[in-house]
Design a protein around this ligand. Structure first.
Ligand SMILES: [Zn+2]
Length: 279
């Protein structure tokens, strides 16, 4: 009950910020040392590519093009700010999920940022979601989400915990940002603007820079623990079969019913089954 209360309060506030004691400690250290001092490697993962367009079948705007463009902009920003940047792809090629994870896992003192755009058959669905899986990834997810939702006009769909392959298999902090729905006319129009994609890249970069300090900047009443962000059902994207898609849809319907009491619609259908194999 207490946890539910916190969940709803946080959704209303539009912020899901880490309250892990380690994060608070890191935030204190970061503030006292004047910010982000340790040089890190940022592995940027532009979703999809090559024969994998991303999104849903028949989608007009190819997700793979939008993710690559934001990723390249993010690379430029971070490189200019002294980060070591590694791209899982920097052109329109297909890279298997295992290959993406292997690249990420070959770096220490690094973070992994996957860039995606959402899609669903319901054109009304809109907003920005940020996913993490490991506890270590929550501060980064919170910070990126805080900045991206702060800078974008789209709805805040929250920080969500989910076992996407690229998040589960990475040994470094890993976050997947869904930068809006390409199946929503308004958000598709945003995404097609270079200025907006630059804004997204700027905000993701701000989140990476602020990864150790965003969680500490708020009062405890607005702080979420990792436990207050439930693990969502996930599909093993390397082994998606039709039966699994159906199972996943059923479990989503169940969780949608449970969430009816909250003030926010449960629009998780975008992440299920056929809509997007990878995220
Ligand atoms: Zn995607």
């Amino acid at each position: 009950m207490r946890r539910n209360f916190f969940g709803i309060a946080l959704l209303a506030a539009g912020l899901l910020i880490t309250g892990l004691s380690s994060a608070s400690h890191a935030a204190r250290s970061s503030r006292s040392s004047g910010g982000d001092s340790s040089p890190i490697t940022v592995v940027i993962d532009a979703g999809h590519g090559g024969h994998d367009r991303g999104g849903i079948p028949g989608q007009r705007i190819a997700e793979k093009d939008m993710t690559l463009d934001v990723a390249l902009r993010l690379r430029n920003i971070l490189s200019a700010n002294g980060y070591h940047v590694v791209m899982t792809r920097s052109s329109d090629v297909f890279v298997p999920l295992g290959g993406r994870v292997a690249i990420a896992n070959s770096y220490r003192n690094a973070v992994f940022v996957c860039i995606h755009f959402n899609a669903t058959g319901r054109s009304g669905a809109s907003g920005i979601e940020t996913y993490f899986y490991s506890r270590d990834s929550l501060p980064l997810a919170s910070a990126i989400h805080y900045y991206v939702t702060g800078g974008a006009p789209s709805a805040n769909r929250g920080v969500r915990r989910r076992g996407y392959y690229v998040l589960r298999k990475t040994a470094i902090p890993a976050v997947l940002v869904e930068c809006g729905f390409l199946t929503n006319p308004t958000e598709a129009a945003y995404a097609q603007s270079a200025g907006y994609r630059q804004k997204l890249a700027d905000e993701i970069a701000a989140g990476i820079r602020g990864r150790n300090s965003v969680g500490g900047g708020f009062s405890t009443t607005r702080v979420a623990t990792a436990e207050s962000i439930p693990l969502q059902p996930y599909i093993d994207q390397t082994k998606v079969a039709k039966s699994e898609r159906r199972r996943s849809k059923r479990s989503h319907k169940k969780s949608a019913r449970k969430k009816k009491s909250s003030s926010k619609p449960a629009d998780s259908e975008a992440r299920t089954g056929t809509s997007d194999r990878e995220g």
